[in-house]
Design a binder for this molecule. Structure first.
Ligand code: FES
Length: 165
């Protein structure tokens, strides 16, 4: 006798869907679509950043108009606190004479981040040797064509508030 096998279930289902299968397929398609959107967004953002115009970047950098630096009133005289003002680096300087100054830390020559030098009481750009006045931000020597932007400083009991006005 030639044996043959009888299957309870067909090995391949053609054109027949169980009710749960449709929901599973839909969930898979939704998940795949969401993953695709996330992937596209992740790829697009660096391209957007690369293509963003300088004006757009400047607008983003100045969108924040005030920063409250908690406990910065405790900054010892003769020292500096570097912080981010929006997307750009900035500095809060507490001078030895007790006065305060807050200036942009972006060099007006080619955009390097400048440093406060306490011993010389000046701001120096290591990229091309630019020097700025640490009180006013005025460009003193070297290639910088303009002064550093100066912010308004308000010292209070719990913080130092820095604003663009
Ligand atoms: S970038 Fe600062 S001196 Fe050139």
């Amino acid at each position: 006798m030639g044996g043959h096998i009888v299957l309870d279930e067909p090995a391949i289902k053609i054109g027949i869907e169980e009710p749960g299968e449709k929901a599973t397929r839909r969930a898979f398609i939704v998940a795949a679509g969401a993953a695709g959107l996330c992937y596209t967004a992740a790829l697009s953002y660096p391209i957007y950043r690369y293509l963003a115009s300088p004006e757009e970047m400047a607008t983003n950098a100045t969108a924040v108009t005030e920063v409250s630096l908690k406990d910065a009133q405790k900054l010892p005289p003769g020292s500096v606190l570097m912080f981010k003002f929006g997307t750009a680096p900035a500095m809060l300087i507490h001078h030895l004479d007790g006065t305060w100054a807050s200036l942009s830390a972006v060099c007006t020559h080619l955009g390097c981040t400048v440093q406060y030098e306490a011993q010389a009481d000046r701001i120096h750009c290591a990229c091309h040797g630019g020097v700025y006045n640490a009180y006013t931000g005025a460009n003193v020597s070297g290639p910088p064509p303009k002064p550093l932007h100066r912010f308004t400083v308000a010292v209070n009991e719990a913080a130092v508030d820095v604003s663009r006005t």
